[in-house]
Each structure stands twice: as structure tokens, then as C-alpha cells.
Ligand binder design. Structure first.
Ligand code: SF4
Length: 374
């Protein structure tokens, strides 16, 4: 049986955040119930086909489920996925929807890691982003998780909001370090097409933060968090020793995963597929035993290798030539010699000791460097 990672998508939220373009909607409870039944059926179809080492329930907002719904979902997972093989089981939670009882259920059903979507500890920033919770809600949620015994917690933060100063960002970093989570993710705010924030930007109601300030915020995060004992192991991610996210490592190493739920992607043996994104169509498709895949792509070996290099460069340790050779049967330079020479000459990547990785200079222009490997 294949060892893989499992992602389960819960596409429901209490309200749409102003920057969000994820596959999530505000929905009535009846639809959520129908969706959870479809998830259970899709999960049952995986039984005995895979062994999952990591499970990640994301969204959307999994913590928006009622206690009854959450328990049903957690029961479905435990029914069809052998828990003895799972070494990391993450559930995403929004501090505005996490209750003590829900935390109790997560613990009871062996969830080992919680990823809290905090985004900021400043209420002004939270309002700008359209989040439903306050800074105090986030601190209380973290307290409750600790009391319940969770010892592996991630906190997501966003920087680069208009009107946000470097001092504001430093305050967020100071607060998060004081709260002492095992893992911290920091993302620059992006303006995605069709979001309410992007409309405000187009109407000049808000303005984009200067790129130089945004870069300085990123550098500040790296300096402050590494000095505070967090290992900067991936472009946007920091962890205490031994707490790097195993599930996301699967994506960054371009290994196999199975996605369950509306719009979820799977990637098995070089074949990428995606489930129907529309929630109604996904539920109907599952109920009527139809093919719910709306997208399928069979990667050619050089395309697979190219994606693998791009994804692995996100990791500060980069990609090992030995691993690459084992997977693809040739060396990295056999496909990318020209790019490596050029980028190394510009000081953006290093290729030494059989390892290709971004330099610090390359880290700050990572997107540009990566496009060279497409
Ligand atoms: S909680 Fe997350 S998924 Fe839901 S609307 Fe906000 S950013 Fe999007």
C-alpha cells in the first residue's frame, strides 16, 4: 500500500474575509450536513488503498462546524483512516469559532496539531482584513488549546496591510513569540482578483503598502523569529526544533497526496487531479456515484522534475541532488545547467555539496528565481 498524505477540505466560513479567494462560502447548516455525508462517502472509497502518514483538515474554516458536525467528521476520519499510521494530524481553526467543547472533541479524536488563523494581534488590522475574531479571541483560543493539552500549535500571521507600519508588525511578532507556539507562518498580504480588498484597491479606497516596506517586514520577521529560537525552514514558515509541518513537507517535496472534498487536489504517481469545485455539484456527484474529477493532468517526467525543483526551493535546505537522481534518474544539472550557472553567477542560488538552494539574496526574490525553472 502507498504511503501518502491526506487533505480534507471544509469549504465553509462564518463570513468571507476581505482578502480571501479560497474555495469557501457562507452556507446553511443543512448544506454542511449534506457535504459531510459526501466527505464520508469519498473517504470510504479510500479504505484499504492508502496508508496516510499525515492528515490535514483545512478550509474554509473546519472549526465553524457545530459540535455534532465536527464529531461526525472526526468519526468519519477515524473510521476509514488507520490512526496508528498517522504521525501528524492537523486541523485548521479560526479563533472566533473554536469553543472549549470543540477543542475537547479534537483532542478526543487524536488530532495532534492545530493551525490557528490569527493573522494579527491588532484589532484594527483584523477589521481591515475582515476577520470575525478579535486579538483577545486568539489569545483565549490558544490558552484553551494549551489547557486541553495541545503541544503542537501553529499561528498564521499576515503582514503588509495598507496603513500597517513596521512598528505594528514588530508588535505582532513580539506578541506571537510571547505566546510561544511551536510553529509560526507569516504571509505577505496578496490582492487576489475578485476579493473585496482588491475592489477597494481598484477604487483607490485603500492603497498597497510600499514594496520596500513589505520586504523590510519580511526581513524583520526572519531576524526576530530566528533570534527567538524559531528555525526559518521554509520561505514563509518558522518552527521550533522538531515541529516543522510534516504535511506541508509533502507538498514542498512534491510527493503524493490525496485531497478529499470540493475543489481538493490530489497528486499520485505524477498524475494531478482536482475534484469538482462547486459544492452542490460535488455533493450531487458523490451521491450519484459520478466521476467528480473536474481536472486531470499527467505530468511528463521533465515537468515533474521542474515542479519538484520549484517546490523544494521553498525549503531553506533546498533540494538534494541524490534524492533528485533517485526519483528522476538524472542529475539536476542535466536539465537545469544553464539556469543554475546564471542564477549562481547572480548570487541567487548556491549549488554545493550536492544541494541546490536559494541564497539569502535569492530568498527575497524567490518568485523570480523559481520562474527560471519552469
Ligand atoms: S476564514 Fe480563511 S477561508 Fe474563510 S474566508 Fe477567511 S481567509 Fe477565507
Amino acid at each position: 500500500m502507498l504511503h501518502n498524505s491526506l487533505y480534507i477540505h471544509i469549504p465553509f466560513c462564518a463570513r468571507k474575509c476581505r482578502y480571501c479567494d479560497f474555495n469557501s462560502i457562507v452556507s446553511e447548516s443543512k448544506t454542511v450536513d449534506r457535504y459531510l455525508r459526501a466527505i464520508e462517502k469519498e473517504l470510504s472509497s479510500l479504505q484499504d488503498r492508502y496508508v496516510f502518514n499525515t492528515v490535514y483538515i483545512g478550509g474554509g474554516t473546519p472549526s465553524i462546524l457545530s459540535e455534532v458536525q465536527l464529531e461526525k467528521l472526526l468519526q468519519s476520519v477515524i473510521r476509514y483512516i488507520p490512526s496508528s499510521e498517522i504521525r501528524e494530524y492537523t486541523v485548521e481553526a479560526n479563533p472566533g469559532t473554536l469553543t472549549v467543547n470543540k477543542i475537547g472533541l479534537l483532542k478526543e479524536y487524536l488530532v495532534s496539531r492545530i493551525s490557528l488563523g490569527v493573522q494579527s494581534f491588532q484589532d484594527r488590522q483584523l477589521q481591515f482584513l475582515g476577520r470575525i475574531h478579535s486579538s483577545n479571541d486568539a489569545k483565549n483560543a490558544l490558552d484553551s488549546l494549551r489547557i486541553a493539552g495541545f503541544r503542537n500549535i501553529n499561528i498564521d500571521l499576515i503582514f503588509g496591510c495598507s496603513e500597517q507600519s513596521i512598528e505594528d508588525w514588530e508588535k505582532d511578532l513580539k506578541t506571537v513569540v510571547e505566546l510561544n507556539p511551536e510553529h509560526i507562518s507569516t504571509y505577505a498580504l496578496t490582492y487576489e482578483e475578485g476579493t473585496s480588498l482588491t475592489r477597494d484597491l481598484e477604487d483607490a479606497v485603500i492603497h498597497k503598502l510600499d514594496e520596500g516596506v513589505e520586504l523590510e517586514m519580511y526581513k524583520t520577521a526572519i531576524r526576530y523569529l530566528t533570534r527567538s529560537g524559531y528555525n526559518h525552514y521554509e520561505i514563509s514558515n518558522f518552527a521550533k526544533y522538531g515541529y516543522e509541518c510534516a504535511h506541508n513537507h509533502v507538498y514542498w517535496n512534491n510527493m503524493g497526496y490525496v485531497g478529499i472534498g470540493a475543489g481538493a487536489f490530489s497528486f499520485i504517481d505524477g498524475v494531478r487531479t482536482s475534484n469538482e469545485k462547486d459544492i452542490g455539484k460535488y455533493i450531487d456527484g458523490i451521491n450519484e456515484n459520478k466521476n467528480i474529477k473536474s481536472f486531470r493532468e499527467n505530468l511528463q517526467i521533465n515537468q515533474f522534475a521542474s515542479e519538484t525543483v520549484i517546490m523544494s526551493l521553498r525549503l531553506r535546505q533546498g533540494i538534494s541532488n541524490v534524492d533528485f537522481y533517485e526519483r528522476f534518474g538524472y542529475k539536476i544539472e542535466d536539465q537545469f545547467r544553464e539556469q543554475i550557472n546564471r542564477l549562481a553567477k547572480d548570487g541567487l542560488i548556491s549549488y554545493a555539496d550536492e544541494r541546490l538552494k536559494l541564497t539569502e539574496k535569492g530568498l527575497f526574490v524567490a518568485d523570480t528565481v523559481m520562474t527560471e525553472f519552469i
